[in-house]
Each structure stands twice: as structure tokens, then as C-alpha cells.
Write a protein that binds this ligand. Structure first.
Ligand code: TXA
Ligand code: MG
Length: 335
């Protein structure tokens, strides 16, 4: 895999990679994406193969500007329009009725498509250069933490993808908020940096899919097929613990310590005697920024348990807990 640091120098290379149905990994403000021409089923199929992604889990498409949306999708109501006008470009994906140009391989046969216009300048330039919609899931093998920096991603895809565009560490670090307007109410299918509270301010009400914090059994109908799968998981076993009361939290953590436990949490926990303490940040923004890369780091210590400190499920905290609950495979204690 070649790392591209100056996108202008590689303009023609990138354009021809995409034209030839090859994959290109690129940065966005949320996480890195592994992208291919969304209008080519052949290219899109390569994403599923390289990620070992379930075929019934649809991809989202990335567009160079808001003006492109109506070439690929239909904006059916005022709420969708308002969400687009307010939050795009930005870290949000809006699920809209798809147009025929988007192949079924992208949407896993659904009649809707997730549309995203990133706000990262390198992503925007890449989309402008290739000048086609780019289907891109997060740059990670399925079930692993999403890729937020080049060194992590290179390890996973080195011999499988020709080029990665280096944009430094992903600013936000968690994937976009996925929203679908259902019966005229925006419903968050996957929480992210754009929060329920932010959406409520703009359109009055906003629902959160019950699957955001719950285990989904594969027979139930879900709005977002991504919720069905194991996600964001290191190889080491994880236990997630949350309490508003810091003393209760510490007591509970101590009950679960093994010979080789890593504690991943805020500085409140740094004095607990354990194999290794890793500070994941002391604000929701820094936890979000650091999380996926630190989960990979934790794995490298070959511990027998990672105990992760939970956060309050409001604002960006809901997105963090949505990921952490899946990271720990629903091994979760709340006191
Ligand atoms: O921030 C992001 O969204 C990143 C960057 C690269 O843009 N991409 C990303 O893609 O996270 P992915 O494929 O890892 O997650 C997309 C999520 C999945 O949970 C998928 O099930 C859901 O969006 N999704 C995609 N199309 C959908 C649709 N038509 N209806 C409902 N959910 C959909
Ligand atoms: Mg993903």
C-alpha cells in the first residue's frame, strides 16, 4: 500500500484507480473510508470482499457537494431538506429514497441509500477529483474498530489496497450519525457527533432507534442492518462498567480485576493498581477521538481483560456508549 501525502501530485493516479474499479482509502472528519465507485457493482463488490462484510449490510455513498444529492436520491419531505440544509456538509448520513443509478449491491437491495457529504477538505478534494459518488464503509476489517489513523489501517489492508490518502488522525474518531426520517420524525439509527439534542433544536423532535443500546437478534426487523453485527471489537475480552458515582465505579472495577487487566478510562481511575492503565481522555470529544486507536493499542499488550469506563449516555456520550456496548459484546454493568 502506498501512502499519498500530496493529493494534487496523485490526481491522475486516484482518478484512474477509481475508474478501474479499484479501492482507495481516504480520510474524513469521522473515520477513514475504504472507497470505490458507487456506480459500479464490480467496484462495490471488492469492498465487501476486502472487508469480509456481510452482503446484507448496505454501504453509504459520499458526494462532493450537497448539490449532487438529487442525482442519486429523492428528497421526499421538508424534514429531510432541513436536515440536509443544516448539517451537510458534516458528520451525518441521511437515509433517502434511492434513484435507479445506485446499484443494488450498494444498498443491499433496499430502496433507500445512505448519503453523506463530508466536511474534511482532503475528502472533498478526493471526491471532486474522481467526480463520481464513492461508496465507502469505515476502513477496517468487519467487526474490528474503525480505522482512524494510517498506521492502524496499513496493518489491516497493506497487501489488499493500492493507495491510502494520509489525512492525519481522524478529528472526530467515531463514524457519522445515521438518520432516517420515519413518519416525519428523524430517527437516529446510529448516533454520532451530530446528536439527538442538536437535531431536536432544528426540527423539534428526534427519535433514537431502540437498537442503539440494545442487542439485536438476527430475526428481528431492523432499520439499520449494521446493528446486527459484532462491531468495534478488539480481540481481548472487554468489560464495560458505568456509574455516575466514582467510588461505586472503582469498587466494582476492583471486583473484576485479573492478573493482566488493562483499565481504559479517565484519569479518575489512574490510581487503581492494575496491569496497565490507559487514559482515553477526559472529555467526550477526546474519548471519541482516541477510542478506536486505543482499543487497537490495548490488544497489542496481550492482556486477559480490558475494563472500560462508561460515560453518561447524553450528547456525544450516546455515540460513545453505542460503540462501547458493542466493543464489549454487551458485557456491561451499570450501577
Ligand atoms: O462516518 C462514516 O459514516 C464512515 C465514513 C467513512 O464516512 N462510514 C461508515 O460506513 O461508517 P459503515 O458502512 O461502516 O457504516 C454505515 C452504516 C451501517 O451501519 C449501515 O448498516 C447503515 O449505515 N446504512 C447504510 N445504508 C443504509 C440504509 N439504506 N438504511 C439504513 N441503514 C443504512
Ligand atoms: Mg463500519
Amino acid at each position: 500500500m502506498e501512502v499519498i501525502r500530496d493529493i494534487e501530485q496523485y490526481k491522475n493516479v486516484l482518478k484512474s484507480e477509481i475508474e478501474n474499479d479499484n479501492l482507495v482509502i481516504f480520510p474524513t472528519e469521522t473515520v477513514y473510508g475504504i472507497g470505490a465507485n458507487a456506480l459500479s457493482s464490480n467496484a462495490v463488490n471488492k469492498i465487501f470482499e476486502v472487508k469480509t462484510r456481510a452482503r446484507n449490510n448496505p454501504l453509504i455513498i459520499h458526494l462532493k457537494s450537497v448539490n449532487e444529492i438529487e442525482k442519486c436520491a429523492i428528497i421526499e419531505n421538508k424534514i429531510e431538506k432541513k436536515l440536509i440544509d443544516t448539517f451537510m456538509p458534516g458528520p451525518i448520513t441521511i437515509v433517502l429514497k434511492k434513484k435507479d443509478c445506485i446499484p443494488d449491491s450498494v444498498t443491499a437491495g433496499l430502496d433507500t441509500v445512505g448519503v453523506r457529504v463530508p466536511i474534511n477538505s482532503i475528502a472533498n478534494r478526493f471526491l471532486e477529483i474522481v467526480d463520481v459518488p464513492i461508496a465507502a464503509p469505515s476502513a477496517n476489517i468487519s467487526s474490528r474498530p474503525s480505522g482512524t489513523k494510517v498506521s492502524d489501517i496499513k496493518k489491516e489492508f497493506d497487501d489488499k489496497v493500492n493507495y491510502i490518502i494520509d489525512g492525519g488522525e481522524s478529528k472526530i474518531g467515531l463514524e457519522s450519525t445515521v438518520v432516517k426520517v420515519i413518519n416525519n420524525i428523524p430517527t437516529i439509527l446510529r448516533p454520532g457527533f451530530i446528536t439527538k439534542e442538536m437535531i431536536e433544536k432544528v426540527v423539534g423532535s428526534c427519535n433514537v432507534s431502540p437498537h442503539v443500546l440494545k442487542e439485536v437478534d438476527s430475526s428481528s426487523k431492523v432499520e439499520s442492518p449494521g446493528m446486527l453485527y459484532r462491531h468495534y471489537a478488539p480481540s481481548t475480552k472487554c468489560l464495560l462498567i458505568y456509574s455516575k458515582d466514582i467510588n461505586l465505579l472503582k469498587q466494582e472495577i476492583k471486583k473484576h480485576l485479573t492478573n493482566k487487566t488493562i483499565i481504559l478510562g479517565s484519569n479518575n481511575l489512574k490510581d487503581i493498581n492494575c496491569y496497565k492503565f490507559i487514559n482515553y481522555g477526559n472529555s467526550l470529544e477526546s474519548i471519541s477521538h482516541n477510542l478506536f486507536s486505543l482499543l487497537r493499542l490495548c490488544d497489542s499488550y496481550k492482556a486477559d481483560l480490558i475494563i472500560i469506563e462508561g460515560v453518561d449516555k447524553v450528547g456525544l456520550g450516546l455515540a460513545i456508549m453505542n460503540r462501547l456496548i458493542r466493543t464489549s459484546n454487551f458485557n456491561y454493568i451499570e450501577l
